[in-house]
Ligand binder design. Sequence first.
Ligand SMILES: Nc1ncnc2c1ncn2[C@@H]1O[C@H](COP(=O)(O)OP(=O)(O)OP(=O)(O)O)[C@@H](O)[C@H]1O
Ligand SMILES: [Mg+2]
Length: 329
Amino acid sequence: MATADQLKALIRSHADGDGDRFYAVALQLAAGAARTGKPKLAQDLKTLIDEVRAKAQAASITPRIKPTPLTQPRGELAGILSVSYPSARLSEMALDAPIEMQIARVLTEQRQRQRIQERGLTPVRKLLLTGPPGTGKTMTAGVLASELTLPLFTIQLDGLITKFMGETAAKLRLVFDAIQRTRGVYLFDEFDALGGQRDAKNDVGEIRRVLNSFLQFLEQDNSDSIVVAATNYSALLDSALFRRFDVVMRYQLPTAEVATTVLQNSLSAFDTRALDWAHIAVDAKGLNHGELVRAAEHSAKSAILAESDVIDVRVLKEALEQRKIEHRE
Ligand SMILES: Nc1ncnc2c1ncn2[C@@H]1O[C@H](COP(=O)(O)OP(=O)(O)OP(=O)(O)O)[C@@H](O)[C@H]1O
Ligand SMILES: [Mg+2]
């Protein structure tokens, strides 16, 4: 019989449009039936899976289609927008359940956007990501692009403001024209530059104007693109801003469980059997995801240099300690 976990995984993979995972779980079910003395059911399941898979392939619903590469924006958009094609998948991120569900929901609505639009509704597409550094905000924008096989356009706002002081609003219009023209994930990274610096040494009036025009553009934008704004300082953001987004995702430092997953994922190609994860989670406390990845990679490289596959507990602990010292600085 299918276990409860398998059934949940089956439904979740369907909801996420994750065909590979769906088939993998379905095959596990068939194998389970064979093991528990139900060869007929096992064979039926296997045949069904083969049929469905062949049909999906025929309809070329292969989930990994590469987006058509676009050249770097030229002309007036050069220096404001840069394009990339990230490859990180959602499954590579270690996230708290609420955020993971929010991301999965965005993906599902985007994948089913035609059905939603046919009924006069709009899939979620304006996202505000807030939270401390290194917790995966920028990575999430990449994952959305990769999962939806869309290009990722990054707008570096602090650059935009300082570089084009006085004409930022005009440049913003160009960006929103591009959002309308070319479907993609548009990441306004380090969004604080717009949202929060009104009392900084920058020209207060200018920032105010830019923020207002951003809000207007955002409000008017009814394109098919996904707009992601990421910031460290949600406290600095105007409450007027929050209302303009369809979803606000609040990233946090990892829990012990998430921290362990980050380390385990980063070290999955190595022998970690000697590690006591409960103890290591204690050492990892306070570090963000990015710092955990870097500590894990340090210990992995030490293993490679020692021509071993085994992660040395002491090296990993030292690397975590080192990141904590840097974190405090
Ligand atoms: N949730 C996560 N799961 C796995 N790895 C993560 C996660 N979050 C971050 N990382 C790792 O940390 C790196 C840095 O993360 P990212 O740049 O997305 O953080 P950020 O929240 O945008 O930080 P900042 O506020 O400083 O811009 C990523 O490239 C990735 O290696
Ligand atoms: Mg970032």
